[in-house]
Structure formats: structure tokens, C-alpha cells
Write a protein that binds this ligand. Sequence first.
Ligand SMILES: Cc1cc2nc3c(=O)[nH]c(=O)nc-3n(C[C@H](O)[C@H](O)[C@H](O)COP(=O)(O)O)c2cc1C
Length: 123
Amino acid sequence: MAKNLIAFYSRADENYVSGMLKNLTIGNTEVAAGILQQLTGADLFKIEQVQPYAKGYNQCIAQAQEDQKRDARPELKAYPESIDAYDTIYLGFPNYWSTMPMAVFTFLEHFDFSGKPSNLLHT
Ligand SMILES: Cc1cc2nc3c(=O)[nH]c(=O)nc-3n(C[C@H](O)[C@H](O)[C@H](O)COP(=O)(O)O)c2cc1C
């Protein structure tokens, strides 16, 4: 049977929902990743920074923008041991200024994805 992986980045805490600031206990991408997990039975992996962005929206924006400007590669808490066994990898991430949070680049550069069919789950 095919073995698939959903690797996703998601930030809970303060965010805009329908034009209003709200405190989310689970981030949007994490919700979407959970639905996809139920549909596919894939393994789930959350990409997490050692130093998470602030819980407050405006401070988070400043930190994430600074990381993007200097093309940072935030250190990650952990990685899946190996991706060799996976047939397909789904990559989930929020839109941060038309690109990905920089921690997702850290994740992608850690592995050799050649030959892996990939699907983007983009919130
Ligand atoms: C640092 C930051 C930058 C963002 N930049 C954009 C953007 O450029 N365009 C946009 O439509 N939404 C932007 N958003 C909103 C998020 O993409 C959106 O709320 C997403 O669903 C959040 O996913 P998450 O809850 O899984 O982290 C940004 C949010 C944050 C925190």
C-alpha cells in the first residue's frame, strides 16, 4: 500500500479571520492538513521552528518579514527521520507574502525530494 506524508507549517494564536483578529487554537493549515490526513491516511508531520514567532499578530508579521528579507533559514525542532519510504509528499503552508514561511525552506533543503511526486496544500 502506498505510504504518504503530509508535512505542514501552521501557526495558531492571533490571526485575521474574516477581517477580524481572533485567537486560533489550531492554525488554518493544520485544520486543512487534518482533513487531508483523514482522506488519505497519510502520516502527519508539523514543521516547527525552535523559536516560534510571537503569538501577537503584528509582532509575528514583523518577525516573519525580517526573516524573509534576510532569506533566513530558521532552525527546526525536528525532522522526520527519513522520507525514503514515502510515495507522495503533501506540503502544507500558509501564504506569507506570496511565498512560504522561511522554516518551510529549511525543511525542503534538508531532504532530497527528487523523484517524489508532491502536492501543495496552500492556505
Ligand atoms: C506573517 C504572515 C504573513 C501573511 N501574509 C499574507 C499574504 O501576503 N497574503 C495573504 O493573503 N495572507 C497572508 N497571511 C495570512 C495567512 O496566510 C492565512 O491567515 C493563513 O491561512 C494562515 O495559516 P495558518 O493558520 O496555518 O498559519 C499572512 C499571515 C501571517 C501570519
